[in-house]
Each structure stands twice: as C-alpha cells, then as structure tokens.
Design a protein around this ligand. Structure first.
Ligand code: GLN
Length: 456
C-alpha cells in the first residue's frame, strides 16, 4: 500500500485519481494485516485498489466526475465497495471518470482529462478512464469500473488492460450513481482475466437493496479458470469452443491496424483449439440510435434528483424555488450531461414518446433476439472493442456524435444485458493497445474468463 501510494503521487500528472486518502488506506492495510495474522486467508486480503468515482463511499468524497457533487460525502458505501472491503481489499482512493459516466474519452470530467499511460497525448477511453489508466500505469493492480454502453470495455481496450462487464444484474447497483438504470453494470478492471475473476468473485451476488439484482448462483469465477473444459487437452485448452465472428463487427471501415491485431489474436484462439464461425448481428448499426435514445431518457429521469435541495450543488443567489433549481442545475452540470438531459426529455415527451422511445425499446428487444440467434451457432462472440485505437486528447473537438459512433461495438451487448469483456490483443497505430471483445450469453461470464485466461 505504501509503495503504491508513492507511485500514485509520482504519477499525479496522469489525472487518474480524484482523491487519495493515505491515512484511510494505511488503516485498511493494517486491518488486513491483522486479519491475516489471525489466520484469515483470501486472494484480496490486503490488495490495494481504487474505485471509480461513481460508487459512493462513506470515507471518501464522491463526485461522479461532476461539479454537481463537489464535496459530497455519502452516508453509506456502495454494495460493491463494501463487498470488496469485506474481502480485505484496500481502497487507495477514487478514480476520475466522465461526468455521471457519460462519455468515451474521460474528457467530460469536470476535474480534467485523464492521460493514457501508453501515450500521454491520447485519451484513456471512458467513462472509466481513471480506472483503466491507473491499472495500466501500475498505480493499482485492480480497479472498479462501470459499464452502461462500454465504459469498462472500451477504456480497458484503449489502455491495454483486462476488464469485464458482467451480465446485467450480476453486481449490485446499490450505491452506484445511476446513469441509465436498465443498462448500468459494475465490473472489475485488472491486468488479467485471472485477476478479474478473483475480483468478480468478491463483487458479484444478489443484493436485496437493488431491485434488478439477479438471484443467480455464482459459479466461483476464479475456481472455474482451473477447471478444464470438457474435451480439452493441455495443448488445446479451448478445444470445442465455437467463437462467433459477426460480419457486422468486421466492416470494411474497421481500422486496418485494429483488424490486423484482432485477426492475429483470433489465430491464437484457433491454435488453442477454438473454431471460428461466421455469424450475423444485423442490427449492430441500429444500436447507436437505440442506445442514444434509451440511455439519455433514463438519465434525464435519474438526474432529476440533483435539484440543489437534497444534495449537491446549490446556487448561491436565486429568487424563488424554480430559479434555485434552474441555476443550481445550470451551474452544476457540464455540457454533455445537459445535452443528454435535453435529448432524454425530448424523446420522453408527449408526441415524441411513440416515435422515439417506444421504437427504441422495440429495437432493443430485436437486438437481444439477434444475439440469441447467434448463440445457437456459437458459444462466445468475438470482435473489436472499438473501431480505432485511443485517439488524441481534443481530437474530437466539439463533435459529440463522433464519440457516439465509436461506441458501435460495445452498445449491442449493453442493450441486450449480456456479459462482455475486453482483453489486450496486440498493438496498432502509434504502438497503442488494441482490445479484443468477447461477448457471452446471460450469466456465462465464466466461459469468457476461461477463454481470455487461456489466451493470456
Ligand atoms: N460512451 C457511452 C456513453 O457516453 C457509454 C458510457 C458508459 O458506458 N458509461 O453513454
């Protein structure tokens, strides 16, 4: 813990951490030592890590990357945070992220951009950009992230780390500041599938305080990594595994460096015994408009709680209650958050609801059905995480749509609620990491982790 605290301080310019609390971390580390001395064992006991600042924490301030929550202290810990602490993990602090997790580059944080450790002129991805950068720069061996439309997978890909977004409902959303409740899901980001499995063992599980938490048996993710697949051999640990390659995930427009790295990686999967099969996800492109209707709709509703009354920023000068609401929200929210609230309010409003929101919901169902068709032909689906490697900070200028379009490969699994992971699969332009995405069927995180583990 001491060593990493020093490392975090030495790499402050990455902008990965929003808060570091040395005393708190050392106290937790000491408690872990005492538990160990008393005979307790556990993979995470005493392991330093950090949390995306979207999880509320009792002992550390929580901002969600927004001015709206500057200085906010939660009266309780998010379930995921509490579970990791229970397993003995030591929280060094909180990690930068896009404001309310809205973004793909961590450029929407009210507390400044995060720099990609591989090339500090580039973005780390988002919205869990601080988590990915912190793990990639070896500031912490593990971090929590959240993924609504790709925010664990895409920054993992951009920073060359391993991250998994479990099935929707696998990890509790209690204490995770809500963006789009039907999509939000917590997950681990670390150096390997092995480490992700250990973290997921601690993070996952039913929580009665989250109405959409899944009451599904937990397979023991870490233990499942050492269980050989049926029919597997030492040389071919993935024998019999059918990996589906959706044609729509390999369009002609896919950057050549990304395509090249992925093809090489897929060749390795074949050597490990997997077979590649062609499949189709015909509505892949539609996932962009569908997501950018549903997510803002839910966000506009979720963010109505930030009214300057109950918590968060309150304008200093105002005339009446309405003026107080307006000024507090105008001052507290950044431009991307305001854009989403406006889109969301619009698509939910009378006269537009049927044309946009309802249509999007219908398409969402069809996108989920398309995946089930694929899973008739394969066990896992593989593809890119993003169409390019990490871009340069500021490269997208004032064009939010450019960032939305780059979410094309992560949004389908989010809309369907399926587990997806990103694993490092070589390098592309500028020596930047390329992420390979694996998508599994509902509650089939273990096969994803197994495949990634065999590859790594
Ligand atoms: N880039 C997507 C968005 O801005 C996804 C964000 C996320 O997964 N939190 O909505």
């Amino acid at each position: 813990t001491k060593h990493l605290l020093a490392r975090v301080a030495a790499h402050e310019q990455l902008g990965a951490f929003l808060v570091v609390d040395e005393d708190h971390a050392l106290q937790q580390a000491k408690a872990a030592d005492e538990r160990r001395a008393a005979g307790e064992r556990g993979a995470l006991l005493g392991v330093p890590m950090a949390h995306k600042d979207i999880f509320v924490t009792q002992d550390l301030p929580t901002t969600a990357g927004s001015k709206m929550l500057k200085g906010y202290l939660s009266p309780f810990d998010a379930t995921v945070v509490a579970k990791l602490a229970h397993a003995g993990a030591v929280a060094l602090g909180k990690l930068n992220c896009d404001e309310f997790a809205m973004g793909s580059a961590n450029e929407n944080s009210a507390y400044g951009a995060v720099h990609n450790p591989w090339d500090t002129t580039r973005v780390p991805g988002g919205s869990s950009g601080g988590s990915a950068a912190a793990v990639a720069a070896r500031l912490v061996p593990a971090a929590t992230g959240t993924d609504t439309g790709g925010s664990i997978r895409q920054p993992s890909g951009f920073c060359g780390v391993t991250g998994i977004k479990p099935t929707y409902g696998r990890c509790s959303r209690y204490g995770m500041i809500a963006f789009a409740s039907s999509l939000d899901q917590a997950g681990p980001m670390a150096q390997s599938a092995d480490d992700c499995a250990l973290l997921l063992d601690a993070m996952a599980g039913f929580d009665e305080r989250d109405a959409t938490s899944a009451n599904e048996p937990l397979p023991g993710f870490a233990a499942s990594l050492s269980k050989p697949r049926e029919g597997a051999t030492t040389a071919q640990p993935l024998k019999g595994l059918r990996i589906g390659l959706p044609a729509e995930f390999f369009p002609a427009a896919l950057a050549a460096d990304v395509n090249g790295a992925l093809r090489t990686a897929l060749g390795v999967f074949e050597q490990l015994g997997a077979t590649l099969v062609d499949v189709s996800l015909p509505r892949t492109e539609l996932s962009i408009p569908v997501y950018y209707i549903i997510a803002p709709a839910e966000a506009s509703s979720n963010l109505s709680r930030f009214d300057g009354v109950r918590y968060g920023h309150r304008a200093e000068k105002y005339t009446d209650l309405l003026d107080m609401y307006k000024k507090s929200r105008a001052q507290g929210f950044g431009p991307e958050v305001k854009r989403r609230i406006m889109i969301g309010t619009y698509v939910l409003s009378h006269g537009y609801y049927d044309a946009y929101y309802l249509q999007a919901q219908k398409l969402r169902r069809m996108i989920a059905d398309d995946f089930q068709q694929c899973f008739g032909q394969c066990d896992v689906i593989a593809g890119p995480v993003a169409p390019t490697v990490a871009w340069h900070i500021g490269a997208q200028g004032d064009d939010p749509v450019a960032a939305y379009l780059a979410d094309i490969f992560t949004l389908p699994a989010s809309l369907a609620g399926l587990p997806g992971m990103s694993l490092p699969a070589g390098f592309g332009e500028g020596g930047m990491p390329v992420g390979l995405q694996l998508i599994g069927n509902y509650f089939q995180e273990a096969p994803l982790l197994q495949a990634a583990h065999a590859f790594q």
